[in-house]
Design a protein around this ligand. Structure first.
Ligand SMILES: [Fe+2]
Length: 156
């Protein structure tokens, strides 16, 4: 294909890169929320949640790198400043949260927002024949849906 990126339509790829950058920005806020929760959590569930939040931010960190490197693979530029992340994100920023329920709710709500963005990218990447992004979104969605189920079971 003339003027293509990895055989994919250039315009569709640049739209996918915008979506991936929006996902990246939201992931960074989600990641930083988890660091704050890991540090500030108090109460009877301290040991359990302190560890769970560490597990989740470690996983988020890997996914952040995968998203950024997917953008580079698609010849885009991943956002990399806090300024851009804040401007491009819609996930709620958590501040001074030490309560266990409030913490778990923030994580579950943030994940639901990420899944929403990933579903849009799933549709758009299928439409663009971009199997790489499609498979990545599919993996993220199924893993995160399971995490949302567990967080909601904890809250119930
Ligand atoms: Fe720690």
């Amino acid at each position: 294909m003339e003027n293509a990126i990895l055989g994919l339509d250039r315009q569709k790829v640049s739209s996918l890169n915008r979506g991936l950058n929006e996902l990246l920005a939201n992931f960074q806020i989600y990641y930083q929320n988890l660091r704050g929760l890991h540090w500030n959590i108090k109460g009877q569930s301290f040991f359990e949640l302190h560890m769970k939040f560490e597990e989740l931010y470690t996983d988020a960190q890997e996914k952040i790198d995968m998203i950024a490197e997917r953008i580079l693979t698609l010849q885009g530029t991943p956002l990399h400043t806090f300024e851009d992340y804040l401007a491009e994100s819609s996930v709620t920023v958590g501040r001074n949260i030490s309560n266990d329920r409030e913490s778990v709710e923030l994580v579950a709500n943030s994940l639901e927002r990420l899944i929403e963005l990933e579903r849009n990218l799933l549709t758009e990447s299928a439409e663009a024949d971009d199997e790489g992004t499609n498979a990545m979104m599919s993996d993220f969605i199924s893993e995160q849906e399971k995490t949302v189920w567990m967080l909601k079971a904890w809250l119930a």
